[in-house]
Design a protein around this ligand. Sequence first.
Ligand code: HEC
Length: 208
Amino acid sequence: MAASNDANANPSKPDAARDQKSPQAPMDKLLDHTYDGIQEYDNPMPRWWLTTFAITIVFSVLYVINIGPIGAGDGWIADYEKSMREYAAANPAPAGGGATPEQLNALLADASALSKGKETYTSYCASCHGPDGGGIIGPNLADAYWLHGGDIGSIYKTVAQGVLAKGMPPWEKSLKPDQLQAVVAYVASLKGTTPSNPKAPQGELVTP
Ligand code: HEC
């Protein structure tokens, strides 16, 4: 308190440090309070600081205005959801989730994938669908009639998810993704072949 009282009592008393820098500078007012013996002058905030501060205020107003539903713009959330919708529209989810029809169709031209698919078919599918896809308990897979869709995406979905109520098991969990894709491609490749003992057509005629 002694220092501040001194300053008040004698406001014109020059500060040694300031005098050294600029002897002519008018005296700034020394503020009344003392923090741990430290006093400060009543200087204005520097202009650059005030300008920056004003800019942040202007920015915050514009920012709030652009946030839906408070403001005028759609806002970031609506923006984000719009982008997600656009992305989803441009990249439709593949039937069954795991592989796109393009990927599966590409396997149709891949002899090694088809032979892997045939192995899987012989081990897991032939017991119900016949060794050449003619059908036993399960329907004929070589004809043009399909219960659950004959395009490769639908076949993938049926094989992955199964039709449990009708006795077709889901294979998504028991086959590895590449095995699943290969066996789907193999089934699709049976289209138009003539099994030795074909079961009567079931389902809808699917024309390519
Ligand atoms: C336990 C017997 C069984 C096994 C094993 C089986 N399926 Fe099936 N599958 C069926 C039955 C039954 C259906 C007919 C489902 C219905 O009526 O909706 C079917 C339907 C299908 C269909 C749809 C046919 C259509 O007309 O839409 C495909 C494709 C298929 N199975 C592929 C496979 C593949 C590939 C495998 C081996 C990974 C396999 N199935 C193993 C019994 C089986």
